[in-house]
Design a protein around this ligand. Structure first.
Ligand code: ADP
Length: 256
């Protein structure tokens, strides 16, 4: 692919128990990004993790947070998140940029065009944008609340060919495998039918928000926008290399 968006969930980047960054994993991911870029691909990262990082810094534990608490945690965590990416990618001579967006930025045409222009300029300057939802200003009504749809929105905005969702599971199954052991993984999905939609369940873990429902919405946005999408497991080191080597995944085909 020529232009790739990679979405990284908080569960991959932040250790659930300690609330600490998984630095080794991030360094391995940076190697993958460097490999893709060495081949001439543009790479954008969409990363969650600011709230997870911020809550541990603020000592908020694992309890449910009120909206204003999560927004405070996001503000504290985002700065660390951005620094972590910068430090991981700099040894590969890759410059990073922090881009924070809200749903409104895609709904308003002027802001949409401006986002697109800025991202295009950054990519033209060989920078890797690190995109996240601007949790500090987004109210409940204007939030994506998950980065799956945000990543799809960004992928379509920049005309990406491929959106990679690194998840805690290796693809889309006929049912939630943690509840139904007979569930089977799809290798390829060409069209999102009502039957497929009925197979998608919610997220299984505390740090995640999306589950397969928002991933299917993301797939729909990407596919109709001419971008392919793939869901694969992100926890092994260098998941993008593994994907190229044929790791388990579900591929969603772009519509012409
Ligand atoms: P991420 O952090 O990658 O966004 P989520 O926890 O939001 O991950 O979504 C992945 C989870 O969705 C899986 O671990 C699983 O528990 C749940 N899930 C629900 N329905 C399905 C399905 N049909 N196929 C696969 N996973 C499913």
């Amino acid at each position: 692919a020529r232009r790739i968006v990679v979405k990284i969930g908080s569960a991959l980047l932040v250790d659930r128990r300690s609330g600490q960054l998984r630095v080794d994993w991030l360094h391995a991911l940076a190697q993958d990004v460097a490999m893709l870029r060495a081949r001439g691909a543009d790479v954008l990262l969409v990363s969650s993790g600011s709230i997870a990082l911020g809550r541990s810094v603020l000592g908020l534990g694992n309890s449910d947070l009120a909206l204003e608490q999560s927004q405070a945690a996001a503000a504290v965590g985002q700065i660390r998140l951005a620094r972590a990416y910068e430090e991981a990618l700099a040894p590969h001579d890759i410059t990073t940029a922090q881009v924070l967006v809200t749903l409104e930025d895609s709904a308003d045409r002027r802001r949409y065009l401006n986002t697109r222009a800025t991202l295009g300029t950054l990519l033209g300057m060989n920078v890797v944008p690190i995109v996240n939802e601007n949790d500090t200003v987004a109210t409940d009504e204007i939030r994506y609340g998950d980065n799956d749809r945000l990543a799809a929105q960004i992928a379509v905005t920049v005309g990406a060919d491929l959106l990679v969702l690194l998840s805690d599971i290796d693809g889309f199954y006929s049912a939630n495998p943690s509840q139904d052991p007979s569930a089977r993984r799809f290798d390829v999905i060409d069209r999102i039918t009502p039957e497929i939609e009925a197979m998608a369940g919610d997220a299984g873990s505390g740090l995640s928000k999306g589950g397969m429902k928002t991933k299917l919405m993301a797939a729909h946005m990407a596919m109709t926008g001419g971008c392919g999408m793939v869901i694969t497991e992100g926890s092994p080191n260098r998941p993008l290399s593994l994907l190229e080597q044929g790791a388990n995944a579900t591929w969603f085909t772009a519509q012409e």
